[in-house]
Design a protein around this ligand. Structure first.
Ligand SMILES: *[C@@H]1O[C@H](CO)[C@@H](O)[C@H](O)[C@H]1NC(C)=O
Ligand SMILES: *[C@@H]1O[C@H](CO)[C@@H](O)[C@H](O)[C@H]1NC(C)=O
Ligand SMILES: *[C@@H]1O[C@H](CO)[C@@H](O)[C@H](O)[C@H]1NC(C)=O
Ligand SMILES: *[C@@H]1O[C@H](CO)[C@@H](O)[C@H](O)[C@H]1NC(C)=O
Length: 350
């Protein structure tokens, strides 16, 4: 903001006069931590100066004559709102015009929070239920330049800013209603307070709350959830997979339609994966359960003859190749037992 107040002889080319004489404040704006020092310089490089002064609610300097620049130095900034103004009395020798120029220095006084605290929602959450979590930031200023980020694992899932006109420190809090999901199990959650007063990457790092590891309880879900029908050749073996994800770890139980199967597979009754090697045909089911619930999955095993036909075909062709080899051997091997390489080798017969 630039204010130009012309005191006298307003009639003579005030436009030219104004453009020739401009206050420069370096730096033009300052972000300073409460209690730190502040330094700014006010100068008028291209005009005749009668006097310069700094007016400020905190640490002002009276009008100084015979200088062309005047630094404002405050050893300790101990006020939340200071708006220093540099004022300059000028005189244009050609016209005899005198004027007062005034320029504001924008000062933002900040304070990093004393603490960032996240409430203990619950040590164990149940999937699908909602939990109210609160993040509290103590004694931060200015609140209008504060952002609160909620982190979960690698993502920022909520952000909040605050409307507050006062520049002094305040306590603020942000609430979030989190619906527990199994993907959050073992994930870390925390919140961060950041003052947006500097270009990206500059200024103090954001202040974090403690990290909290989430535990989400959820019922078993099978990796492959649909019921399965498995075809297997008689005499082969088969694995039935009932592995489920769950928290806490599920316990498994198999059920057999055939009582003798139950006897034979006693060892595997509580395993997630069942391997059957004979008397396969039948219905099987498994149940995975934990404190959050239980789920069942059904398998139907069918023994097929189809694979036996294929097996016979392979055996038949192997026998045929053997016969050819014997014939080939009789034909190409010489009387003394060595091979003759003039003819086609046995490998090429195959
Ligand atoms: C203030 O600015 C003037 C003009 O640019 C310069 O000569 C002077 O050294 C500066 N003073 C300080 C304290 O930076
Ligand atoms: C912020 O909270 C702390 C402790 O809860 C309290 O001591 C302090 O006075 C509060 N500050 C403000 C500005 O209300
Ligand atoms: C602080 O926030 C205010 C209001 O949102 C904004 O006008 C001002 O530019 C911000 N300050 C900085 C240094 O970004
Ligand atoms: C699996 O089969 C059982 C019993 O036949 C049935 O109750 C259930 O709905 C089936 N589940 C699926 C996912 O098809």
């Amino acid at each position: 903001m630039r204010r130009l107040i012309i005191f006298s002889l307003l009639t003579l080319s005030p436009g030219l006069f104004a453009s020739a004489c401009e206050i420069e404040i370096s730096p033009p704006s300052i972000v300073v931590r409460f209690g730190d020092s502040l330094l700014a310089n006010c100068s008028l490089p291209s005009c005749k100066v009668n006097g310069i002064g700094w007016e400020s609610s905190f640490g002002g300097i009276g009008l100084q004559t015979g200088v062309s620049s005047l630094p404002l130095k405050i050893e300790k900034v101990e006020a939340w709102e200071i708006e220093p103004q540099c004022y300059v009395n000028t005189l244009d020798p050609r016209t005899g015009t005198s004027a007062q120029l005034i320029e504001d220095l924008k000062v933002t006084v900040y304070q990093m929070p004393d603490s960032v605290f996240m409430s203990q929602a619950s040590s164990k959450m149940v999937e699908g239920q909602q939990y109210l979590i609160e993040c509290r930031i103590n004694n931060v200023a200015p609140v209008s330049n504060l952002s609160m980020f909620w982190h979960k694992g690698n993502e920022i899932f909520h952000k909040e800013t605050f409307k507050e006109s006062s520049s002094s420190p305040h306590n603020v809090s942000s609430n979030y209603r989190l619906t527990a999901h199994r993907d959050d199990n073992e994930n870390q959650i925390w919140c961060e307070a950041k003052l947006n007063l500097w270009p990206y990457g500059q200024g103090p790092p954001p202040m974090k709350s403690e990290l909290r590891r989430m535990t989400v309880l959820y019922p078993p879900t099978f990796m492959k959830s649909a019921n399965e029908t498995v075809e297997v050749a008689a005499g082969g073996n088969v694995t039935l997979n009932c592995t489920a994800t769950a928290n806490p770890m599920p316990v498994y139980k198999w059920h057999f339609s055939d009582a003798t199967q139950e006897e034979v597979n006693k060892q595997q009754m509580n395993e997630p994966i069942l391997t059957l090697s004979f008397h396969l045909q039948g219905n099987y089911s498994c149940t995975a359960s934990n404190s959050q619930g239980s789920t069942s999955k059904y398998f139907t095993v069918i023994e097929t003859e189809g694979d036996r036909t294929a097996f016979i075909a392979i055996v038949t062709s192997l026998v045929l190749v053997g016969v050819l080899l014997v014939i080939g051997g009789l034909y190409f091997v010489k009387q003394d037992g060595t091979f003759s390489f003039k003819g086609r080798g046995p490998s090429e017969v195959i």
